[in-house]
Design a binder for this molecule. Structure first.
Ligand SMILES: C[C@@]1(CC(=O)O)c2cc3[nH]c(cc4nc(cc5[nH]c(cc(n2)[C@H]1CCC(=O)O)[C@@](C)(CC(=O)O)[C@@H]5CCC(=O)O)C(CC(=O)O)=C4CCC(=O)O)c(CCC(=O)O)c3CC(=O)O
Ligand SMILES: NC(=O)C1=CN([C@@H]2O[C@H](COP(=O)(O)OP(=O)(O)OC[C@H]3O[C@@H](n4cnc5c(N)ncnc54)[C@H](O)[C@@H]3O)[C@@H](O)[C@H]2O)C=CC1
Length: 161
């Protein structure tokens, strides 16, 4: 089976709980998708570096508050040095491919937001319910994953969204 190709059932992902507190995470791009992903990364204490020429107001505010480090420029390969985990989420296929290739060369896991099988990690729909974290990862049907998370949350008596 080639990297990223799906098994007969389930998803091709090996689920693992990454402990990112205090660890360097590189996020390339600062648009709507990154805005959604930053919440969980910050909640678990990751040290997030964002590289992008433009950012949404919410992401720029996180930088002003010192909660992330935003480098206001285009991605360069050296940005990958030191990262434990990488999110490639620009609106350019070429840039996302370059980020994923540089991460692959360093054996660093990388989520590719535009072409999931071409990355090496996927982002689950995630929610904390009391003292557990519930995460669902499907097979490139994120709305279904989000829906299933809601069903599980309800079964556990947690708030629904
Ligand atoms: C495989 C995966 C890899 C990864 O990115 O990690 C992936 C891939 C892709 N998503 C795409 C599109 C959208 N994804 C969302 C939403 C979410 N996507 C999430 C995860 C994942 N998305 C990973 C595993 C998914 C799984 O479990 O199956 C969630 C769960 C978590 C999170 O994002 O935090 C979050 C929902 C939960 C929440 O909201 O809480 C929306 C909705 C929206 O934006 O409002 C849209 C637009 C509408 C639509 O198309 O449905 C595209 C096409 C891009 C393009 O067209 O270019 C790709 C690319 C591809 O499949 O190759
Ligand atoms: N996986 C997922 O959940 C989803 C993925 N997508 C995909 O993700 C991509 C990004 O989506 P959005 O966040 O909505 O895009 P957006 O257009 O809001 O943001 C793009 C970001 O990329 C940055 N960027 C552009 N060139 C760059 C470079 N050379 N170096 C560094 N940063 C650069 C821009 O400055 C901007 O911050 C979409 O094109 C789409 O393919 C879209 C929706 C959901």
């Amino acid at each position: 089976m080639s990297p990223g190709s799906p098994p007969p059932s389930g998803s091709p992902a090996y689920l693992s709980g990454l402990l990112l507190a205090g660890r360097d995470v590189l996020v390339v791009g600062a648009g709507a998708v990154v805005e959604r992903r930053l919440g969980r990364l910050l909640e678990v204490g990751a040290h997030v570096r964002v590289v992008a020429p433009e950012a949404t107001p919410a992401i720029a505010a996180l930088d002003s508050e010192g909660r992330i480090a935003w480098r206001r420029r285009r991605f360069v390969d050296g940005d990958l040095d030191g990262a434990w985990y990488v999110v490639a989420a620009t609106d350019s296929t070429e840039v996302n491919a370059a980020v994923a290739a540089g991460a692959e060369a360093r054996h660093t896991f990388c989520v590719r937001c535009d072409d999931a099988p071409a990355g090496s990690a996927w982002t689950p729909a995630t929610r904390n319910i009391d003292d557990v974290t519930v995460a669902v990862i499907g097979n490139r049907d994120p709305k279904r994953s989000r829906r299933l998370l809601g069903v599980i949350a309800e079964a556990l008596g947690g708030a629904t969204e």
